[in-house]
Write a protein that binds this ligand. Structure first.
Ligand SMILES: [Zn+2]
Length: 449
């Protein structure tokens, strides 16, 4: 029996939608609520932020009459944030409780700044509280392998949210040493972990992580980056646990959506955020079930409202109803990022997520980095820096064999567009992703450097 996502009851409360409505009427009531808050957000942002005052200057002052009119509103791009650090701030600086600085991936090295008021942070704590009730129950212990030292950081807000349901959580921080993290998990007695996908995998596949044994870890929530299916399977295999995906980014106020017990796509934080999926090239709305870019609008944020913010994430909605019985929408697990895919020729695009699906099937692989550079005679050169535990028998040949299961790689080699990939191993773990930045294919002048 699959329990209905707790997000439904939470969203009904927040949007003041009675419990008795049938699915169709519930969907309509939620859309009415979202439309009202989208209009309020637009009016608020125009009045209180210099950026939207200019950006939306040509938009008529009359409110939208339908969410299908969202297409008339221009997108907000991540670079807009970097270019106008204070242009999005809608409150006096004294009301800002937390500032998060994010480096952009562009070559300019500009940073994005995100501002949150105390009320904004409370919205996130509330979401974490209700969302986490999908996978933990009162009395359990949760180890949070995310940054948590600072007040208002993701780990801190999660610990606060969990305390509201009598769950004791510890913000351990990102994993720097899988062995140390595994020991900390065991001694804390955690039965639920929250962490970054590749870091959770590195812990599970370390000897100390595997020694935690099957059945002790009941659930794992993966967050901050997209999650390869092969990685989920690997975690399930080591710990015999349920693996939930959380979708979120700092710009969303950290939380965006979380899977229910059906483990098949996220239910979204629809009382606080309005989500769209649009064609990555044209910006037109994608029909249900068609892959596009995720775009969101904040509905309840005071410090820094964002309108039609382009996430760069690739996903699609799932038209079929969820087995958990909710009438909320579902979004398929994010497939990766539009940015950073490497074209190796017509119809041959290499993505990190395709490589992830293949490589994380190798039991000895803890993590890896893929680097691309210019090869000979116009060819592309791909190098894999693979990380394994000292003494593990994983070979270069096995990694290469798995790489050849990736269509883009096989085709590009056959078409002479890609050099034979190279593989290097390390065992010290020093380059395991320690931050919360999203992984991507790295471009280097020389991958062997
Ligand atoms: Zn569901």
């Amino acid at each position: 029996m699959i329990a209905t996502t707790p997000l439904e009851a939470w969203i009904r409360e927040k949007a003041r939608i009675g419990p008795g409505l049938v699915a169709r009427l519930f969907a309509e009531a939620l859309q009415d609520y979202q439309l009202r808050l989208v209009n309020e957000t637009i009016a608020y942002a125009r009045r209180h932020t210099p950026f939207y005052g200019r950006h939306l200057a040509s938009l008529p002052a009359t409110p939208l009459v339908s969410l299908s009119d969202m297409g008339r509103i221009p997108f907000t791009n991540p670079l807009d944030l970097a270019d106008h650090p204070f242009g999005f701030l809608a409150v006096p600086q004294a009301d800002v409780a937390r500032v998060v600085t994010l480096r952009t991936s562009g070559s300019t090295g500009k940073a994005k700044r995100l501002f949150f008021t105390e009320e904004d942070l409370e919205l996130t704590v509330d979401f974490f509280h209700r969302g986490m009730s999908t996978l933990v129950r009162p009395g359990q212990r949760v180890m949070v392998l995310l940054p948590g030292e600072l007040a208002g950081s993701v780990g801190d807000l999660l610990v606060r949210g969990l305390a509201r349901m009598d769950v004791h959580a510890l913000a351990y921080g990102p994993v720097r040493d899988p062995l140390h993290a595994a020991h900390a998990i065991a001694s804390f007695g955690a039965s639920c972990l929250v962490g970054i996908p590749t870091q959770a995998l590195a812990v599970a596949r370390s000897r100390a992580g595997a020694a935690i044994g099957k059945g002790r870890i009941e659930s794992v929530l993966l967050s901050t980056d997209y999650v390869p299916g092969s990685l989920v399977e690997a975690l399930e295999k080591v710990w015999d646990c349920r693996v939930f995906n959380h979708y979120g980014m700092t710009e969303m106020g950290l939380g965006g959506g979380v899977e229910c017990e059906a483990l098949d796509g996220y239910h979204l934080r629809e009382a606080d955020l309005y989500f769209e999926v649009v064609d990555h090239q044209t910006g037109e709305a994608c029909p249900d079930g068609v892959m596009g870019e995720v775009v969101f609008t904040t509905l309840t944020r005071r410090g820094m409202p964002l309108i039609r913010y382009k996430t760069g994430d690739m996903a699609r909605t799932i038209p079929q109803p969820c087995p958990c019985g909710t009438s909320l929408r579902r979004m398929e697990r994010v497939k990766g990022r539009w940015e950073g895919a490497v074209s190796l020729g017509p119809e041959t695009t290499l993505t990190l997520s395709d490589m992830d699906e293949a490589l994380f099937r190798l039991p000895g692989l803890l993590d890896y980095r893929a680097a691309i550079s210019k090869g000979r005679e116009g060819r592309v050169w791909l190098n894999i820096d693979a990380h394994k535990e000292e003494g593990d028998g994983l070979t270069e040949r096995e990694v290469l064999a798995m790489l050849f299961t990736v269509d883009a790689i096989r085709i590009a080699i056959a078409l002479d567009a890609l050099e034979m990939p190279t593989v290097r191993f390390s065992t010290d773990g020093c380059w395991i992703t320690t931050g919360v930045s999203k992984r991507k294919i790295v471009f280097t002048a020389d991958p062997a450097a």
